[in-house]
Write a protein that binds this ligand. Sequence first.
Ligand code: IPE
Ligand code: IPE
Ligand code: MG
Length: 250
Amino acid sequence: MNLTIPKKLAIIMDGNGRWAERRGLPRSYGHIKGTRVAKKIILDCAELGVETLALYAFSTENWNRPQQEVNLLMRILNRYLHRETENLVKKNIRFSVVGQLSKLPSDILRAIEHAIDRTSHCSGLHLIFGLSYGGRWEITEACRSIAEKIQSGELKVHQINEKLFEEHLMTPKDFSPDLVIRTSGEIRVSNFLLWQIAYSEFYFTPTLWPDFSKSDLLLAFENYRRRHRRFGLIDSAIVNHDQAASLKVL
Ligand code: IPE
Ligand code: IPE
Ligand code: MG
């Protein structure tokens, strides 16, 4: 398989609940299996040379799920952080999070801080968890912080441009995913990285997240290789002298 590895990858890991329900199991089983899959895919991405991987783990809207499911997801996350932090260090993976962290329980916040601290020197894959994350929230917060700076005189209105706005987002600078993968057959973004996906390629697969494997990942990369990214420009291949000349005439 001829591969082009996307440097910046985002994954919307969806379908845990349906995976369990189809087996007559409680949704929690799907989340547990889904976490195991995430663990493997993170290592696969690190090995394959992905530079930044953003995983959508919990959205701002997911807080509205039944309390029992929210509690379970928090417990799973806590366990993942406790069990995996040292493994991330071993694999040279730098961990970070983006989201409304103030809403998270304090034990998880401590585990997150520990993981960020322990992996801060790692120079391999940069892993970003979207936790209590919403694209609209992130954009609103950026607006608020710019407005505050204008109010205090630190910034002038004429200084606002795309670059400045981007600098006020919570995701790392220049984090515009090359490829966004969403599992479970849903063809939507569900409030993930709204600003950053302006020119991302999308890959939707019916595979439910707990069934997602390295071979599905490689299939997505193979599909990505065949994409023709133009970023609003035109293919350099079709700009030949004749066309350039005819454009001059027009
Ligand atoms: C994704 O699986 C995990 C989270 C959103 C936390 P879901 O829980 O959304 O599973 P489905 O989409 O209901 O099958
Ligand atoms: C998106 O999945 C959020 C995560 C994967 C964390 P959802 O299951 O919450 O999205 P919808 O409700 O299908 O749009
Ligand atoms: Mg879902």
